[in-house]
Design a protein around this ligand. Structure first.
Ligand SMILES: NC(=O)c1ccc[n+]([C@@H]2O[C@H](COP(=O)([O-])OP(=O)(O)OC[C@H]3O[C@@H](n4cnc5c(N)ncnc54)[C@H](OP(=O)(O)O)[C@@H]3O)[C@@H](O)[C@H]2O)c1
Length: 304
């Protein structure tokens, strides 16, 4: 039986990985997050409080469980916050990765690390794993530095870069493009939506499967893992509105220049995912299939 330890398990991806592991009897699942466990289901796995910016805590928790695989989903993911909270971004997205690498080396654990399409400048998407990063923001720069820590570590590793993850989170602590649109339009709130940035939305459940496969197979190297469809964020939001039969007149298009967010974003990303299809059996659902999955989950929790 393999032991898989997940960091940041209160987050969107972390939660989905834990739920997927719960269904497997060939894996011992160790869920870790900063502070208390906020998942709805609290049984069927072991929970440890773990702040990955503390080397002592990383060494202690990994030393206790000696995992075969560590999946690092924890990060400072608020792109604009990284512009001002630079030390925190470096601590979590770079230094903490060094702590994990060090502990994985001791236990010969395979590290699955998550990264982002934002490592690219968005001038010439869709991108393959061979394309050269050119980060435009502090978030992107720290994620790229974190990647290099893993790549140069000499341990066994996979890096999965992904794009706009969407899904239902247990404790509503996090929003994402689908939930944000759904909640705002249902409450008849106006939303301003970027009309000149293009991305490939990724269903959290699909990405979770790819992370687990990469870990169990100790699949070496870099993987681009996202949905197949690249679309304008404005169109993404309009599709969500139409799918849930919500009034799209509350959607107000805005250009990147007019919105002027603190962090610069790449205009067009999107990934070529053939390597993940071939080596991780990655078969992402279409955006509409993903929305069907979201709808089922919203019905289950009584939110639809
Ligand atoms: N979301 C996207 O659209 C997207 C796109 C591209 C790449 N990615 C990458 O994919 C990964 C997963 O993203 P996600 O959407 O699941 O992020 P998320 O929902 O923001 O989850 C990140 C988790 O990290 C936790 N965390 C923060 N500081 C920590 C610490 N010191 N020690 C341990 N955990 C800590 C957070 O805890 P709290 O909940 O307590 O704050 C949060 O639960 C990240 O590496 C991200 O960079 C995400």
């Amino acid at each position: 039986m393999k032991t898989i330890l997940v960091t940041g398990s209160n987050g969107l991806l972390g939660q989905k990985i834990i739920y997927s592991l719960l269904g497997r009897n060939d894996v011992r699942c160790i869920s870790t997050a900063k502070g208390s466990n906020r998942m709805r289901v609290q049984e069927g796995y072991h929970y440890e409080s773990l702040d990955i910016t503390s080397k002592e805590q990383v060494d202690e928790v990994l030393g206790k469980w000696k995992p075969d695989v560590v999946i690092n989903t924890a990060a400072l993911t608020n792109v604009d916050a990284c512009e001002t909270r630079i030390d925190e971004a470096v601590s979590l997205n770079v230094t903490a990765v060094q702590h994990l690498v060090g502990a994985c080396r001791v236990f010969n654990a395979h590290l699955v690390h998550l990264s982002t399409d934002f490592v690219f400048d968005g001038v010439s998407g869709p991108y393959t794993e061979l394309d050269t990063p050119n980060p435009l923001s502090h978030y992107a720069e720290t994620k790229w530095q974190g990647e290099q820590v893993v790549m140069n570590s000499g341990i066994s590793w996979s890096i999965l870069r992904t794009i706009i993850i969407y899904g239902v989170v247990d404790d509503n602590s996090r929003s994402n493009v689908v939930l944000w649109t759904y909640n705002a339009l249902r409450n008849k709130q106006a939303i301003t939506v970027i009309n000149d940035q293009f991305r490939s939305p990724t269903l959290a459940e699909d990405l979770a499967e790819a992370c687990i496969t990469a870990g169990v197979r100790r699949a070496p190297g870099l993987f681009h893992v996202s949905g197949r469809e690249t679309m304008c964020i404005l169109d993404m939001v309009k599709i969500v509105a139409a799918f849930f039969k919500l009034d799209s007149s509350y959607i107000q298009p805005v250009s990147s220049a007019a919105l002027n967010q603190p962090a610069k974003r790449p205009p067009v990303t999107g990934f070529i995912i053939t390597k993940a299809e071939r080596e991780l059996d990655f078969r992402p659902r279409s955006f509409l299939q993903g929305l069907e999955e979201i709808k089922k989950q919203l019905i289950l929790v009584g939110a639809l």
